[in-house]
Ligand binder design. Sequence first.
Ligand SMILES: [Zn+2]
Length: 327
Amino acid sequence: MAYSIGIDLGGTNIVVGLVDESCAVVDRESAKTRAPRSAESLTDSIASCIEKLLARHHLPVKQLQAIGIGVPGVVHPETGELLHATNLFLKNVDFPGLIRARFPEVTVCIANDADCAVFGEYLAGAARNYKSALMLTLGTGVGGGFILENRIFRGATGFGIEPGHMAVETEGTVECSCGQRGCLEVYTTIRGLKRMTREALSGGRASVLRDRVDFAEPSFNARLLFEAAARGDVVANEVLDRFVHYLAIGIRNFVVLYRPHIILLGGGISHAGDVLLKPLRAKVARTTVSGDVLPPPPIECCRLGNDAGVIGAAMLHREGLDMRTPA
Ligand SMILES: [Zn+2]
């Protein structure tokens, strides 16, 4: 059996997984990221996790097919240099080079973490039996990636898709983090839900949310909103309708341009499950061009959780190869 190492270098934790040929995570090690920290020091932690895994499974380094690393930032498509990672406070870091210096006989690959996650779901998770997959992660921002014919779609610049910044509102008044208005990210994030909830409550209407949401708190528990909507709260359903409206426009735009075989939702907001999925599927079906002739793709939640990024990173060396066997 051949193994690969997949690294998910996050803003809080570094997770290193030992992944077998069937894309199963056999074992994992983790360390705290403790940013800001130098790339060399982060590489020390990564190398230590890899060595522990190899020792625990009595594996010589030469039995590793590859080491793949997913990073929360922009990766140069040709050099593999991490150009910018805000959460890590790092710029212009050659992680493949640093890791190769520790494990010179092993192939080292790198990609953006969202791309690794959708690649993992495509190889071994919710998109396993589909030829192409679009993933949208809905949380503090809207991230995502697109897999087409066994490859991460990187576009002309090599930096892939930015689904959070597609325009879904031409009359938008709220400014996005990118400086534009009307971006998907303005509406379909935790912050967007919080703002829309505050707006919906502003007229003094009755809602269970009024006593349960503390708008002075920086955080917002989206689960409260979805639970209230499921129980029939009118205000909560209005907010959910707005959320679904904008997300459906974003998905519709992708569907008419690329016709992905499946659309996956990930991130904290996707944990809402059916209360979100059911109206979203209905709205996308109603608004997609030729919806009755060319039905829209299935919309499902991601399945692998945090393992998706580890599996996708571990398998980056197989990008472009059809390595999936039908489930
Ligand atoms: Zn934007």
